[in-house]
Design a protein around this ligand. Structure first.
Ligand code: NAD
Ligand code: ZN
Length: 380
């Protein structure tokens, strides 16, 4: 089968790899019909996530048709259409039973269950081969896959992002406790930030402010989601300006950036050192943009064993910080219904549709924010 493989920092190759196959009695194998590149894949691409061997298959936002099921699988059968979430989760442990599938106790042998397991996201996160491939092995076939109802007319691209960024963006707003009348600032106008803007409005926010430095993304945010936008590289005294505009800061600030993947490794190390000394990365920015007693939700991934944390600043201002890998599985059915009923439409973020074997170029433009790249769909 063809698959997108990691070949060292900023180098992916579409290669012929052994076909995915059933390894355990409750596995399924799907033939992938659509998949995408996530901002989280850029952290892998840029070498921020340790333990990525050469030829590791990347990808965690796939959907497709069930090709084969293990002998213990009853939830789906050959020929079913399924969406596969990025969380690998058993469905049986305490975490799965408490809506925290991203921390499943049984999905990560490598760290002995100390974090969850994720598809296509390094040996550290469970070593599962990913979904940017023609075929994909999905563990825990009785829990993980979301079966698309048979009557559904919805084409792949309408529902594909239920695999990750739609529930991730929804959870970002939900987990942060956004409520009617809130002012919400969202850092990052990538696919995750743009979807979070929609969900902030749907929760009844009175004001949604978006920040980035890539003009085409800011324009997209303003045009499609009717948010106020600021370019942090162009706006003089951004922090002072927003403090005044919001009357002392936002109720909730969402960091939908993480470690800035655009930077070189050296620049990132410099940023980390600066952050420890008080410089401004997205998270630091969030600490300055939130009001006293407000909440910061960190959805952006801080890879590379990033552990700098401005404890004193947060303590002094009674800030709540919430963060982590999104538990997407339990959100999928209701968000599927909302898409079907037209409550929101995630497709306006799609910028490119390309063949799987064009993935190398797709990674380059998504990473460099070239060619107006936003969300790129790969068709195996
Ligand atoms: P992306 O790279 O397309 O978007 C990030 C955006 O942030 C870019 O437009 C960039 O220009 C902007 N940016 C950089 N520095 C900034 C700053 N200081 N302030 C404001 N904006 C800044 O990625 P994406 O697909 O939108 O994903 C966003 C983040 O969410 C990534 O870190 C990704 O790994 C993470 N993510 C997390 C989860 C989770 O479960 N927690 C799930 C999916 C994605
Ligand atoms: Zn993702």
């Amino acid at each position: 089968m063809k698959a997108v493989t990691y070949q060292g920092i900023r180098n992916v190759k579409v290669k012929d790899m052994p076909d995915a196959r059933i390894e355990k009695p409750d596995d399924i194998v799907i033939r992938v019909t659509s998949t995408t590149i996530c901002g989280s894949d850029l952290h892998l691409f840029n070498g921020e996530i340790p333990n990525m061997p050469d030829n590791f298959i990347i990808g965690h936002e796939p959907m497709g048709i069930v090709e084969e099921v293990g002998k213990d699988v009853t939830k789906v059968k050959k020929g079913d259409r399924v969406i596969v979430p990025f969380n690998v989760a058993c469905g049986q442990c305490w975490y799965c039973a408490h809506q925290l599938e991203s921390q499943c106790d049984n999905a990560n042998d490598y760290l002995h269950g100390d974090t969850g397991g994720y598809l296509g996201y390094s040996e550290t996160y469970g070593g599962y081969a990913g979904g940017q491939a023609e075929l994909l092995r999905v563990p825990y076939g009785n829990f993980v896959p979301f079966k698309v109802p048979e009557d559904a007319e919805l084409e792949d691209e309408k529902i594909l992002f239920l695999s990750d960024i739609v529930p991730t963006a929804y959870w970002s707003i939900d987990n942060a406790g956004v409520k009617a009348g809130d002012t919400v600032i969202i850092l990052g106008c990538g696919p995750v930030g743009l979807l979070a803007q929609k969900f902030a409005w749907l929760k009844g926010a009175k004001r949604v402010i978006a920040i980035d430095h890539i003009e085409y993304r800011l324009e997209h945010a303003k045009r499609t989601n009717k948010v106020e936008t600021f370019n942090f590289k162009k706006q003089d005294d951004l922090l002072g300006h927003l403090a005044e505009l919001t009357g002392g800061g936002a109720d909730v600030v969402i960091d939908a950036v993480g470690l800035d993947s655009e930077k070189t490794l050296l620049e990132k190390v410099e940023t980390m050192l600066k952050l420890q000394g008080g410089g401004l990365g997205a998270f630091r920015m969030a600490t300055k943009l939130v009001r006293k007693g407000g909440t910061i939700q960190v959805t952006g991934v801080y890879g590379m064993n990033y552990n700098a944390f401005p404890f004193g600043d947060l303590f002094a201002r009674n800030i709540t910080v919430k963060l982590g890998q999104a538990p997407v599985i339990h959100y999928m059915p209701d968000l599927y219904r909302q898409i079907k009923e037209g409550v929101f439409d995630p497709t306006d973020i799609i910028s490119h549709r390309v063949r799987l074997d064009e993935a190398e170029h797709a990674y380059q433009i998504f990473n460099k924010k070239e060619d107006d790249a936003l969300k790129i769909i790969l068709k195996p």
